[in-house]
Design a protein. Structure first.
Length: 187
């Protein structure tokens, strides 16, 4: 809703930043500050009790959750070492995004440097186990995932060169099972 803003400040040369949280309504920073490191993305949790962030390290990108008011040293690891026994490494860049409806945390994994493979996973925020589930896995293409109300949609040219809007089935990440929900694009 725009009431909180997560931002990074660079200190000197290099990619390291400290991460701060600004309370827009109050007009000041919260006391939460993540120490200098290479951060990639941040997404505020739907309940506004903290935020997810991606931290890039030599071993690879890792996703953590920082509860507001907590010591960053105790932030909870969420995702990034492996998925379905497939290791994620130093060249795999992971982004986080909480969907507009607040129901899902989307984890987008851009595999390797030159590859076009992008894996997308979701974590339902109201599920007790908060299991990470595949939306798109092991397909070489670029994807954009959006949500409308309770549905997730994928814009892709995979198997449809005209880039229609499709509805993937979580836990069955194969395009043959996706339903085309929008008009095919003439591009």
């Amino acid at each position: 809703d725009g009431s909180l803003l997560v931002y990074g400040l660079g200190e000197g040369k290099g990619d390291d930043r400290t991460v701060h949280v600004f309370d827009v309504n109050a007009g000041h920073d919260l006391p939460d500050v993540l120490p200098p490191a290479r951060y990639h993305t941040a997404s505020i949790a739907p309940d506004k009790k903290g935020f997810y962030y991606s931290k890039v390290a030599p071993a690879g990108t890792r996703i953590f959750f920082h509860p507001f008011g907590a010591d960053p040293a105790t932030d909870k690891y969420v995702f990034g070492e492996t998925y379905n026994y497939e290791p994620l490494g130093p060249k795999d860049l992971i982004s986080t995004k909480v969907t507009e409806n607040g129901e899902y945390l989307l984890l987008s994994v851009r595999r390797g440097g030159e590859t076009k493979r992008v894996d997308v996973y979701s974590q339902e925020q109201d599920e007790p186990d908060q299991r990470v589930r595949p939306i798109i896995h092991a397909m070489n293409d670029d994807f954009v995932v959006i949500n409308h109300e309770k549905d997730l949609f994928v814009l892709t040219a995979h198997a449809h060169p005209s880039k229609p809007l499709t509805n993937p089935f979580i836990d069955h990440p194969t395009p043959e099972q996706w339903q085309v929900n929008g008009p095919e694009n003439e591009q």
